[in-house]
Ligand binder design. Sequence first.
Ligand SMILES: NC(=O)c1ccc[n+]([C@@H]2O[C@H](COP(=O)([O-])OP(=O)(O)OC[C@H]3O[C@@H](n4cnc5c(N)ncnc54)[C@H](O)[C@@H]3O)[C@@H](O)[C@H]2O)c1
Length: 246
Amino acid sequence: MEIEGTIVLVTGGANGLGLAISEYLSAKGAKVVVADLDMDALKILPDKIERYQMDVTKPADVKSVVEKIIKQHDRIDVLINNAGVIFSESFVDITNPDGIMHDYGRFKDSLTVNLDSVFIVTSAVVEEMVQRRIKGNIINISSISARGNEGQTAYSAAKAGVNAMTITWSKELARIGIRCNAIAPGFIGTDSTHAALSVSTVKHILSHTPLKRLGVPKEVAKAIVSIIENEFINGVILDVNGGLTI
Ligand SMILES: NC(=O)c1ccc[n+]([C@@H]2O[C@H](COP(=O)([O-])OP(=O)(O)OC[C@H]3O[C@@H](n4cnc5c(N)ncnc54)[C@H](O)[C@@H]3O)[C@@H](O)[C@H]2O)c1
């Protein structure tokens, strides 16, 4: 699929990786539509980028925004499921006076925003793709944590679920011309990464990364372009992590 003229919906595209992806695809000639919860960040997106406020965990909200985009453009060619919230909590914390075990409510909240959201948005978009016979492209932003990351039970489980849905959909949807892939970024130097990790954890990560640096958001955007353009890539979870998992 050519990038030029393609209608791309990026969830969570108002900040961080999603913003870098949106700006990169827009510079390459795609018509980028961002759907995000953060109204302040939506307001300051570049003029070229169309924007909607949307909560990816609310099916009615998602359906209404998808309908508006279809009304405006007649199609969505590419969906990038990027919205998510990095979340860390140990399964057991013997120093916590309020209870040593991982809170179940926070577990469910993390699953809702990182896993259910991908199901909800993809359902709404694929329904339109199927009805309009669009040979579409779904790209899910997973994470290196899908392999199981100490201190991230909920987030790791959610991203492992995203990988499983990616592979399932790549098998189910290929026969109707829709490809589905995921990108699994390692540690990218975004505000959310620095907020989630201590300085010593970042040092530890760098020492185990063959390239000895954090990634930059544009490197995730470049991987997305490769997936969109290459019609034979399907069912892939593409690691973009400087070799950390080798
Ligand atoms: N930053 C990294 O190093 C890294 C590594 C691996 C995976 N990821 C994944 O990349 C994606 C983006 O992460 P980021 O680091 O850019 O985070 P970020 O916090 O900078 O951006 C996330 C965006 O998602 C939006 N969002 C959150 N909840 C939402 C909701 N309910 N509805 C709509 N929008 C919502 C936020 O408003 C924000 O604009 C996430 O899925 C994250 O898990 C990030």
